[in-house]
Design a binder for this molecule. Structure first.
Ligand SMILES: [Zn+2]
Length: 206
């Protein structure tokens, strides 16, 4: 069985949202073999660093938290869509030519996966694209940027998707993945009451 890793590696020098130091993980040692009988590490990290799933609470006061998302919603079929032609943002026009059906979980593959733009002007899903995905009835949207949007006041993309109960998966790595259908696993850490959590995301060919 071939599994395709689509996760970012977590390290202090990884790419983080807009290059902000506060988003950078801090790894320290609690003990090593010079100080104890075991090697144990500690991580301090914003929960939206690296490959992660957003919970509705991220943008909606009183919204659902990450541990309430059923596993069935994050271990399921998905469609990778090739959107390499989108230069700055993904719009309804870009998505209109794709085969998107109700209950699809779509992963948006953009030039973010290839170019060194993750911390700056990354390609994002704009509100018209988000509205189209909502109208098509998708269950989830994943993207290869550290935020599904930027440069939109009021976080309209997040709000449109969350209001419709659509999951948002961010920080994917898709350079080595062809457009097509796969089985997706992207289970978040089961942290109680929080607005997002890291996932180890991977695909299985169908
Ligand atoms: Zn996030």
């Amino acid at each position: 069985m071939k599994l395709i890793d689509i996760s970012m590696e977590i390290s202090p020098d990884m790419k983080v949202y807009k290059g902000r130091d506060a988003k950078r993980p801090l790894l320290t040692l609690d003990s090593d073999f010079s100080s104890g009988g075991s090697h144990e590490s500690r991580i301090e990290m914003n929960l939206h660093t690296g490959t992660h799933l957003d919970a509705p609470l991220h943008m909606m006061p009183g919204g659902d938290t990450i541990e309430s998302i059923p596993l069935e919603q994050v271990a399921r079929s998905c469609k990778v869509l090739d959107l390499l032609r989108a230069a700055e943002k993904i719009t309804a026009a870009d998505l209109g030519e794709k085969d998107i059906r109700p209950d699809d979980f779509v992963l948006l593959k953009t030039r973010n996966s290839f170019e060194d733009i993750l911390e700056g002007d990354f390609v994002y899903l704009d509100k018209t694209g988000a509205a189209l995905l909502r109208d098509k009835g998708v269950s989830g949207v994943g993207i290869d940027s550290l935020g599904i949007e930027r440069a939109q006041p009021d976080h309209e993309t997040h709000t449109i998707l969350f209001s419709a109960g659509i999951l948002i998966l961010e920080g994917l790595r898709l350079a080595h993945v062809e457009e097509g259908e796969y089985f997706l696993v992207a289970a978040p850490l089961k942290i109680k009451g929080v607005d997002g959590a890291p996932v180890r995301a991977f695909l299985r060919e169908r």
